[in-house]
Design a protein around this ligand. Sequence first.
Ligand SMILES: [Mg+2]
Length: 198
Amino acid sequence: MIDLDGTLREPLSGQRYFQNAQDQQMIAGADLALRAYQDGWIIVGITNQGGVAAGHKTMQRCIEEQQYTLQLVPQLKEIYFCPDFDGRKCFRVTRHNAYNHSQTQWFKQYRKPQPGMLKLAMVRHNHPPEDCLYIGDRPEDEEAARRAGVAFEWAEDWITRHQTTTYTCEELIMTNTKDRRDDDDNQGQQQDDDLEQD
Ligand SMILES: [Mg+2]
């Protein structure tokens, strides 16, 4: 599970907030870090979106922002967001739909640092807390993870940790195969040169 703003995405415009749904880019290094979580991992976004309650964006705009993030980051399966300051509402956004999950046992516990969104995501995917990790950039992220019983890692540490050794087995095999192919090509070129000289 991963926080989004300041952890995985930032405004492309350099402004503090997204100017429109497409005003997003991945934070440098986050794409490489995400590559380390492939087989057996389900990656979901968890984000407070109090900007909806504050009147900075509409619900529809908020959903569009999440759906654009899902386009930008194909490894993300879905995004949970809480649009109010009391933690009463929770929506789950997939590439094509949005679902209202507000009426669960975690009503009023959705906004981080409350753990409701994390708990809902774990129950939906049948993952116990000890098998999960939450990555975030703010104290409320750390607190939400603690209350959900999930290991927490700071975004900065997480990105740094994954910058050097994130090749998957498949990628290593492909790289090695490509090197061999390049060698073969060079040999072929060498033979052609020899023939021309003759
Ligand atoms: Mg954040």
